[in-house]
Design a protein around this ligand. Sequence first.
Ligand code: GDP
Ligand code: MG
Length: 335
Amino acid sequence: MNKNSTFTIIFQSFWLKNDNTNYNTIKPVSEDILNPDKEPKIKEHRAGFVNIIGNPNVGKSTLMNALVGERLSIITSKAQTTRHRILGIVNGDDFQMIFSDTPGIIKPAYQLQASMMDFVKSAFEDADVLLYMVELGEKELKDEDFFRKITTTEIPVLLLINKIDKGNEELLEQSRRHWQKLVPNAEIFAISALENFGVREVFDRILSNLPVSPPFYPKDALTDKPERFFVNEIIREKILIYYKKEIPYSVEIDTEEFEEEEKIIRMRSIIMVERESQKGIIIGHKGNALKRVGIEARKDLETFFGKQVHIELYVKVNKDWRSSDKELKRFGYNK
Ligand code: GDP
Ligand code: MG
C-alpha cells in the first residue's frame, strides 16, 4: 500500500454534535441574494487556510473538531497533546476551508519543543485567516515575539474567547474589553467549543474572509494526513490517559505496518520510549498496562476506520530521541 496515500472520507455523514448544522452545505452569501433583480451569476469559489493558535489547553483541538465534525486531533486535559499541525478540511459546493491546529505557544525548553514552535511560526506564513484562541479569564500571551506578530499582522484575526460556559456575563464583558484593548486589530467572538456555542458565527466569519480561489485539495478529502498518522495519535492518546508524569512526553509511536484487507485492518505499532525504566512502566505488571492500551486503542481504531482492527504493540527503547535531530526528522518534526 502506498505509504503516502491520503485518508479520505466522503462527506455523507457530516453532522455536528449539538446543533446538527451541516457546515458542508452552508453557502457564502452571494451577490444573487444581495441583488435579487440581477441575473444570477456563476458563484465564485472561495478557498483558504485557517490557522488556530493559542496557549496550550485553551480548546483549539476541540474547536477544530467541532468545525470539521470528525475526531481528527486528540483532546485531553493535558497540555501539549498536539505536536503536529493537523489539517482538517471543510468542503462546500463553493468553498474549501483548510484548518490547521498548531501546538500551543510555549517557550522551547528542549529540541522537540523548538521544532514544535517552528510549526507555530509557519502558521503566520500561509494563513488567510488566523483564529487566536484564549480561554475565559486568560490575561496575556507568554511569548512576546508572538504577541507582536499577532497585533501587527495583515491577516484577519478572529480572537475567540473560549469556555464561556465556565463563567458569567460579567467575566465575559471584562474579558472582551481586555482583549479588544490588547489586540485592537482582532474581531472578538465568545464561544464554547465544547458545547458548540457560537461556532456557527465563527464559521460564517471565516467564510467571508476567505479569498476567491479554486480548491487546494480534492473536494472529498477530509485531511491530508495518512492513515498511520491517526493510528499513532489514537495510541498516543491512550498513553496520555493511562500513564502519569513524564511518560507521555517521552513517547513516540511509529506504526510500521498498516495492511487493509477486505474485512480487517492489521497494524503493528512501536511505542518508542527514552529509557529502560520507562519501557517497564509502559508494559506494566504481567503486561497488563500495555494490554489495556491495546484494547482501548483498538476500540477507537475500529470506530475511526469503520472496520475490524487487529493491532500488535511493541515497546522499544530509543535513547534520548527527543534530543536527536535525526530522530526528530524521522518523526516529521524538522523540515
Ligand atoms: P488545545 O490544547 O488548545 O488543543 O485544547 P483541547 O482542545 O485539547 O482542550 C483542552 C481541554 O479543555 C479539554 O479537556 C477540553 O474538553 C476542554 N475544553 C475545550 N473547549 C471547552 C469549552 O468550550 N468549555 C469547557 N468547559 N471546556 C472546554
Ligand atoms: Mg490541541
